[in-house]
Design a protein around this ligand. Structure first.
Ligand SMILES: *Cc1c(COP(=O)(O)O)cnc(C)c1O
Length: 364
């Protein structure tokens, strides 16, 4: 274990150590099954229990009412960019409202535009995607089929502090990079989707939470694999699901419940970690310049610049030598990005803050 570095990767991202240890311990034979999770049928009793437990954990963590279904799908959040508008927008004769807060929202918007009428009700372009909209800065069309927003922009490092106000229009959320990082007002949502590989597991599974009234609106004639109803009716076992990824999601959500104590506790820890980094930025006298405006600062992805690109490259290089990996910002925005999802220990953030202070003393 002494070879493990602090891994600030944006995704796939660091996982809780006890989860990895359990995976390792049981990789050759799951207790009672006599075979590996990689080798058993998705129709076996063992796996049925695993997927049911994963769903139960998510339900408990989010306090999910019965009218919501939990689906384990493939194709990433990127397929949801298409599947959502294919299902609800195409042929509806109505339009959908999109909030464009950064790189991922732009991708979602582009796919929706292929399917039907879309209104952009907010675009953060003029402030370089450094903040999310406040109440009153956007007008929801009361006749929109849904309002789409990206709760956390992984690349820019901005996050909605709370759900946008949409009246009776169903809220659709790309929660890929902050799913299960804090409590949410779940009844406000019609549909939530999240690729697992940022905060809740390995790559390969996408969690979709969908409310009954939206499920009932799924039109006939979609490809079977793109029909949410098929997956809901078959409890995500219509075809072979990503068995291993779902197994790890089950372990991560159990860790959240049993070791952390739930989403309120997780949120408090995430706030503490993010605050440590933003404090280091704020007291650096302009040496570190945060990208996000203070009221939109992400608790998951902290982004900042240094005085020059040369210093940024030097920072990333020296950090890596100090055991702090994957701190380079996304190629589209540059700078530094520290992804500090649920599984990043406070110790990792503390070590990064110490490194930041030391680096500044030497280079400011
Ligand atoms: C990573 C990410 C995606 C893309 O996820 P894939 O699973 O690679 O398709 C979409 N939205 C957000 C907010 C992300 O962070």
């Amino acid at each position: 274990m002494n070879q493990r570095v602090f891994n600030f990767s944006p995704g796939p991202a660091t996982l809780p150590l006890p989860v990895l240890q359990e995976v390792q311990q049981n990789l050759l034979a799951l207790p009672g099954a006599g075979a590996s999770i990689l080798e058993i049928s998705h129709r076996s009793k063992t796996f049925e229990q695993i997927i049911a437990q994963a769903e139960a954990n998510i339900r408990q963590l989010l306090n999910l009412p019965d009218e919501y279904h939990v689906l384990f799908l493939q194709g990433g959040a990127s397929l949801q960019f298409s599947q959502v508008p294919m299902t609800f927008l195409r042929g509806s004769g109505r339009s959908a409202d999109y909030m464009v807060t950064g790189s991922w929202a732009k991708r979602a918007l582009a796919e929706a535009q292929r399917e039907g009428g879309v209104r952009v009700i907010w675009d953060g372009k003029e402030n370089n995607y450094s903040r999310v909209p406040k109440k009153g800065e956007y007008d929801v069309n009361p006749d929109a089929v849904y309002v789409h927003f990206t709760s956390n922009e992984t690349i820019q490092g901005i996050q909605f502090p709370a759900e946008p106000e949409t009246g009776d229009v169903p809220l659709v959320c790309d929660a890929s990079s902050d799913f299960l990082s804090r409590p949410i007002d779940v009844k406000r949502y019609g549909l939530i989707y999240a690729g697992a590989q940022k905060n809740v597991g390995p790559a390969g599974v996408t969690i979709v939470i969908i409310r009954n009234d939206l499920l009932e609106r799924v039109p006939d004639g979609l490809p079977t694999m793109l029909d949410y109803r098929v997956h809901a009716e078959n409890h995500s076992l219509y075809n072979t699901p990503p068995v291993f990824a779902i197994y790890v999601v089950m372990l991560v959500t159990r860790w959240l419940l049993e070791s952390i104590g739930g989403l309120e506790q997780m949120h408090a820890i995430n706030q503490q970690k993010a605050q440590m980094l933003y404090d280091a930025i704020d007291r650096s006298e302009g040496f570190y310049r945060g990208h996000a405006q203070p009221d939109s600062r992400s608790l998951m992805n902290v982004t900042w610049r240094l005085p020059t690109e040369e210093l940024e490259a030097q920072f990333v290089k020296e950090a890596k030598e100090a055991g702090l990996h994957e701190l380079k910002g996304h190629r589209s925005v540059g700078g530094i990005r520290a992804s500090i999802y649920n599984a990043m220990p406070i110790e990792g953030v503390r070590t990064l803050v110490e490194f930041m202070e030391d680096f500044r003393r030497r280079h400011a």
